[in-house]
Design a binder for this molecule. Structure first.
Ligand code: NAP
Ligand code: F7E
Length: 330
């Protein structure tokens, strides 16, 4: 039986990846950082909380990563843990650098020192393209991050390349464009919108305040994207891959889809709040997933409209069941 260690197992992707690997017969270890309140709701939502073996560890504490690797003895490590919210990265730039940047090096060192035959996946991001240098971004597009998060991820990305080239470690990066789901954190724009739409529909909220709705993103479904992570690590050679849908949509259009689906008029509820604009913006992202399609046989299967519907339905169900919003925002 193959064994995998997932850092960030309590996050959106961690939960979907754990389910994906369990369904393929893996023994799954999940690393979790100590929190004052439990953050296992996503694993519970997918019904896998009792099947994932949890190991305590923090990306800022390399000794805890060495311990996690020694205890789990994995064939594959998926490094998904991060301070992943771009907005927060301006308010906590040092923490972001330590967790999302230096943390990657901690894990690479833990692998190099413990067992360099372990295969490693790094959660890189389209945020590294930032101020885009080409209209459609691929594996060869120059990088130009626009936030402390993007800068931290750039360090993690190049550390992964460097450990592959220096120590012959099977280390690969997935450069994933935005991907969403009913398990998305409430602070990200798609989920903020679908949660608000559900609350407005149920009479529990009147307005939705957003920042820059002209920003464009290439949005896919997280459930599709975790498969690409696994496929990358099964190849003969470690390489980096762009994972995207290939289409780009404004925040305004995405929002419109959600309101329309619930039978609401967006203009009656949307308020633009300049306070929600970012110090520097990534105006547009559009990925070219050709390499992943040709080499991995992977493609995004869920259109944005279907994804947004899925998210609105899940939020309507939560609001109607009277579930606390807070438990979904941990
Ligand atoms: P997420 O929902 O924010 O999950 C982040 C995970 O990291 C959580 O499990 C969190 O634990 C954990 N974590 C945070 N700080 C930690 C620390 N100091 N030590 C150990 N664990 C820590 O993010 P996601 O959307 O699943 O994304 C997964 C990865 O892909 C992240 O690295 C993200 O940067 C990257 N990525 C995401 C996207 C996207 O669109 N979703 C696109 C490209 C790349 P708690 O639950 O305890 O806070
Ligand atoms: O913002 C605009 C905002 O926070 C998307 C992370 O998973 O994907 C994610 O980062 C856009 C931005 O995601 C609001 O300015 C307008 O242009 O949902 P987001 P993100 O910043 O693209 C990448 C690939 C990652 O790697 C990250 O980890 O929406 N926007 N008004 C807003 N955004 C938010 N959050 N809230 C608003 O009110």
């Amino acid at each position: 039986m193959k064994k995998a260690l997932i850092t960030g197992v309590t996050g959106q992707d961690g939960a979907y990846l754990a389910k994906f690997l369990l369904d393929r017969g893996y023994k799954v270890y999940g690393m979790t950082a100590r929190r004052s309140t439990a953050s296992l709701w996503r694993l519970e939502f997918l019904g896998i909380h009792e099947q994932v073996e949890l190991i305590e560890g923090d990306m800022g504490d390399m000794s805890s990563l060495v311990r996690a690797v020694r205890v789990s003895k994995p064939d594959e490590v998926y490094n998904l843990a991060a301070q992943s919210f771009v907005g927060t990265s301006w308010k906590q730039p040092v923490t972001t650098a330590q967790v999302s940047g230096l943390g990657v090096l901690h894990m690479l060192e833990a692998i190099r020192l413990t067992d360099p035959t372990i295969r490693f996946y790094q959660a890189s991001t389209s945020e590294m393209f930032g101020l885009v240098q080409q209209p459609i971004q691929s594996e060869t597009t120059p990088l130009y991050p626009r936030s402390p998060y993007g800068v931290a991820k750039l360090f993690g990305h190049w550390s992964t390349v460097n450990y592959r080239e220096s120590f012959d470690i099977f280390a690969c990066s997935g450069i994933l464009f935005n991907h969403e789901s009913p398990l998305r954190g409430i602070e990200f724009v798609t989920r903020k919108v679908t949660d608000a739409v559900a609350r407005i529909k149920c009479g529990k909220q009147k307005e939705l305040r957003l920042g820059n709705i002209d920003a464009r993103r290439d949005w896919g479904y997280a459930g599709d994207y975790v498969k690409a992570m696994w496929l990358m690590i099964q190849q003969d050679k470690p390489e980096d891959y762009v994972i995207a849908t290939g289409t780009t949509t404004t925040v305004r259009e995405m929002c419109q889809i959600a309101f329309e689906y619930a039978g609401l008029n967006m203009e009656d509820h949307l308020v633009i709040d300049p306070e929600l604009y970012r110090p520097a913006e990534v105006d547009i992202l559009q990925g070219n997933p050709a390499k992943a399609r040709e080499r991995l046989g992977w493609r995004a299967e869920t259109p944005l409209r279907e994804l947004i519907r899925m998210m609105v339905d899940a939020d309507l169900q939560r609001v109607r069941a009277g579930e606390s919003r807070e438990i979904f925002s941990v």
